[in-house]
Design a protein around this ligand. Structure first.
Ligand code: ADP
Ligand code: MG
Ligand code: MG
Length: 869
């Protein structure tokens, strides 16, 4: 029988995959000799088994759980189910990757009608005992029995109101007894059965519920956003309870060893006296900053400081700690590498190198590449910001500049964002159900809660701007408005948030482009030192190319020439070319395009300062350039000097049932080689011209959609002939290369042949994924949603290279291509080129470069370095 359950004292840091992060770290901290309430972990493999067995815990695992419980009883010297000296436990979720608040946890398990009396006697604290029981009933009912918490919250709040008190802590023992009675009545009313009294039954039901919570909708969503595979499962930690709700010498809190918002080196956190668990995070009472603990209890503060620096040094990373003080005694309940903003991540990584805690290479690995995204996004224009009116201020919980329309629910935020609006989600406080709304929002504003409230933690994790705990903001979630200092804002009104200062503006504020400087520039320079892959950009105009160059692009990996065809007056010449009936007519139209196209290339070469530029020849089906509306067709016919019927006939002729698999890419050049000839002229003449000014451009001509060697050969001959004639006539030396985009599965299968003609390959993984899976890129989103829900796919193959299938094709093309051309240049220019995991894959299969959109260039640079370390 394999082992599914491990005592904390049997566990350590390296067992993360098996025991989850929380379990592995509780084990590690136990062996470091820290004050950890003891317990055991039910492994992630048990979770997988639970699902395999049809959502049941099998007898073996159950037996191991009770054995571990018996061992724990010995350690803590209490007995589970002993009513005079009750042993209470928490049942806590904990996956391999941290998923804060996404799954469920139950506290005070083991209580029942008798044990609560015993607990009151034994601790001489009736108030505490009933406070624990009411919490347990609420959590157990919510998590295990799926009874909405609000059923109990209503009873609880009604009691507070009847007593005319604001704070939970002002409820007396008698009040709490009444509440517990009312809770039990409610429970029975909803479930038809009394609240479960057998602690062993409670325990198994709770373990099962935590396993179930691995697959709740918010966990599913979080997994997908963070690429956490369904197969991993969650572990369950069963831990002896320590109590922060035993009165004023008890309390609970959370702390970061450094500031998670800006990275400053100082203990940072919050705590609440006479409270338990989630009270701090839930924003029910406003917690005190951790610095006040120094005054309240200097000895504990000192001990906590020592532990936190010990843990930071041990893990060599900023830690996020959870602790509880029980009657003046400190316990650590959790440590993990803390989530942090991009700014903080950079500062902490760089500081730790300066402190000698990390090497440069290790520091590079500490920054999540995709996080850099937030630094590349627009900031407020300082001038516009100075003029804007501050309507209130909250906590600067997560930096960034956000402008958008107010939405009051996650659903509305999602709908509005789907309509193309920028949204700011405004909530009294957020809860895990809001995660999807937070993800689509530019920023999040909450009226309650501190720096470690749900909103703050999740927003920082997502890189979303957040202003939390803005107490002057009064949110009316029912009627969908908020007021602040007498002013009213409704759904759809514009506001702006400055997550760096916590300021709230009652209007739209102008934003400006970001730059790479300071810590960001420093880390990027380290990354450049340690990477092998080159990073290029996909750009087809001067602006994007210059932006990318500033972000560190080392060339253009994909210039989509058709984008240039839509601009200004060009579309007319393009349309003339399309409706041309003879080669001569077509050439006449093409001659009009030539100077414009040449000028485009001159600008791109100049923006790239002589770095390589890959130019892809015309790719889309021609009908994309023609109008579809009757009115527009009439106008165009007039413009072109032909009749409506003539033009309409041409349009009908070009109609294709499946244009993505139609007359496009190299196929166009086969039919109309004169298009490729014109593009060659433009590419070569532009290069000759800029090289006269001292640049040394080596253009790379890329033929799209090749699936057969002869296709490429046919067109390459014409390209080379044209280019060589121009070069000869100009009397200059100019190197250029002709290659192909690899995006048709057959091209991968015949790569050895194709490489005889192709001087480079660039993987067009958008089309390769589309054609490899047979999924239409434009429509797959609709049914992929079902694939995620049913755990058939974990992630979107259009966002991350499918390494097992599409990746195999790529690898085959790399290996076979090198057989006939050992020095073949290999790149990727699909969207995947800016996805960190795909970049790592490209590094591993030995590509020369990745090419991505300008804003992802720094991300790819960092990902490339991480892949090489
Ligand atoms: P999450 O993963 O959502 O943070 P946790 O399992 O960490 O959930 O539990 C949430 C909180 O419950 C903890 O931060 C801690 O305050 C409290 N808690 C959990 N286990 C115990 C325990 N054994 N004793 C006291 N408090 C506990
Ligand atoms: Mg926790
Ligand atoms: Mg393509």
């Amino acid at each position: 029988m394999s082992k599914f359950v491990y005592l904390f004292k049997e566990a350590n840091q390296s067992m993360r995959n098996l025991l989850g992060g929380k379990g592995a770290n509780l084990g590690e901290m136990t062996s470091l000799g820290l004050p950890i309430p003891q317990g055991f972990t039910v492994s992630t493999e048990a979770c997988t088994r639970y699902y395999e067995d049809g959502k049941k815990i099998n007898k073996d695992i159950e037996k191991q759980i009770f054995e571990a419980l018996a061992e724990t009883e010995k350690i803590v010297n209490k007995k589970f189910g002993d009513n005079s000296n009750p042993f209470l436990v928490s049942v806590r979720s904990g996956a391999r990757a941290s998923m804060p608040g996404m799954m469920d946890t139950i506290l005070n398990l083991g209580l029942n009608d008798e044990a609560v009396v015993g607990l009151a006697k034994q601790t001489d604290n009736e108030r505490f005992a009933y406070d624990s029981y009411r919490r347990f009933i609420t959590m157990f009912s919510d998590v295990v029995m799926e009874i909405n918490k609000s059923n109990f919250e209503k009873i609880f709040d009604a009691k507070k109101e009847a007593k005319g008190i604001e704070l939970d802590t002002d409820l007396t023992a008698e009040d709490l007894k009444d509440i517990v009675e009312a809770f039990k009545v409610k429970y029975k009313e909803l479930k038809g059965q009394p609240f479960p009294q057998d602690p062993k039954e409670q325990l198994i039901l709770a373990v099962e519920a935590v396993f179930r919570s691995w697959d709740n909708p918010r966990a599913q969503y979080y997994r997908r956003m963070n690429n956490i595979p369904y197969e991993w499962g969650t572990a369950v930690n069963v831990q002896s309870m320590v109590f922060g709700n035993m009165g004023d010498t008890s309390g609970t809190g959370v702390a970061f060893t450094r500031n998670p918002s800006n990275g400053e080196k100082a203990l940072y956190g919050e705590y609440l006296f006479n409270a338990q668990g989630e009270d701090v995070v839930a924003g029910i009472r406003t917690p005190k900053p951790i610095s006040e603990l120094e005054k309240d209890n200097p000895a504990i503060y000192k001990q906590f400081l020592e532990i936190s620096s010990k843990l930071e040094n041990h893990y060599r990373d900023m830690q996020d700690l959870e602790f509880t003080i029980e009657r003046g005694e400190l316990f650590i309940l959790q440590t993990r590498n803390g989530k942090r903003t991009a700014q903080a991540a950079l500062k902490i990584a760089i500081d730790m190198v300066e402190e000698g805690l990390l090497t440069e290479k290790e520091a590079i690995l500490k920054v999540e590449p995709s996080q850099l995204d937030t630094l590349l996004h627009p900031q407020f224009d300082p001038e516009a910001l100075a003029k804007a009116e501050v309507i209130s201020t909250g906590l600067n919980a997560s930096p960034g500049a956000a402008t958008g329309k107010v939405a009051f629910t996650a659903e509305r935020a999602t709908e509005m964002a789907a309509n193309g609006d920028q949204v700011i989600l405004v909530r009294e406080e957020t809860s895990p159900e809001d995660i999807e709304g937070m993800a689509v929002a530019q920023g999040v504003l909450t009226a309650r809660g501190g720096m470690t409230s749900h909103a703050a933690v999740v927003a920082r994790g997502m890189g979303t701007c957040c202003v939390a705990g803005a107490h002057e903001v009064r949110v009316n979630e029912e009627e969908l408005f908020f007021t602040v200092n007498g002013k009213k804002y409704k759904e759809g009104d514009y506001i702006s948030l400055d997550g760096t200062t916590g300021k709230i503006y009652g209007e739209k504020v102008k934003t400006i482009e970001a730059t790479v400087s300071g810590d960001f520039a420093k880390l990027m320079s380290w990354a450049d030192k340690h990477r092998a892959l080159k990073v290029r950009t996909n750009a087809d105009n001067k602006r994007d190319a210059s932006q990318a160059y500033e972000f560190g692009a080392e060339g253009i990996g994909l210039c989509r020439t058709e984008h240039m065809f839509f601009e200004g007056t060009r579309i007319k010449a393009v349309r003339e070319m399309i409706v041309a009936k003879t080669v001569e007519e077509r050439e006449k139209a093409l001659a009009k395009l030539l100077p414009m196209q040449r000028q485009d290339f001159i600008e791109l070469y100049e923006a790239m300062q002589g770095h390589p530029v890959t130019i892809r020849y015309l790719d889309p089906p021609l009908h994309e350039f023609l109008p579809t509306d009757k009115e527009d067709i009439i106008d165009l016919a007039k413009d072109l000097g032909i009749t409506f019927d003539e033009l309409n006939a041409t349009i009908n002729e070009l109609h294709e049932t499946n244009p993505m698999l139609g007359h496009r890419g190299v196929r166009l050049s086969i039919t109309y080689p004169e298009i490729a000839v014109m593009q060659t002229r433009a590419v070569i003449e532009a290069a000759i011209e800029v090289n006269k000014k001292g640049l040394n451009v080596v253009p790379e001509i890329m033929i799209p959609l090749v699936g057969e060697l002869k296709e490429l050969k046919y067109i390459k001959e014409r390209v080379v002939k044209t280019a060589d004639e121009i070069i000869k006539a100009a009397g200059v030396e100019l190197k250029y290369s002709v290659g192909t985009m690899i995006e048709i599965p057959r091209a991968c299968l015949t790569a050895e042949e194709i490489a005889k003609e192709a001087e480079f390959f660039s993987f067009g993984t958008n089309d390769l994924t589309q054609m490899g899976f047979g999924f239409s890129r434009d429509d797959a989103g609709k049914f992929l949603a079902d694939y995620y829900k049913k755990n058939i796919f974990n992630e979107d193959p259009f966002a991350h290279v499918d390494q097992r299938g599409i990746g195999r094709l790529m690898q085959m093309a790399v290996e076979d291509g090198r057989k006939s051309r050992p020095d073949i240049k290999l790149g990727i220019c699909g969207e995947h080129g800016g996805d960190p995991r795909s970049v790592e894959f490209c590094h591993n299969i030995g590509l020369t470069y990745v090419s991505c959109s300008p804003f992802r260039v720094p991300i790819a640079r960092l990902a490339a370095a991480q892949a090489n370390i």
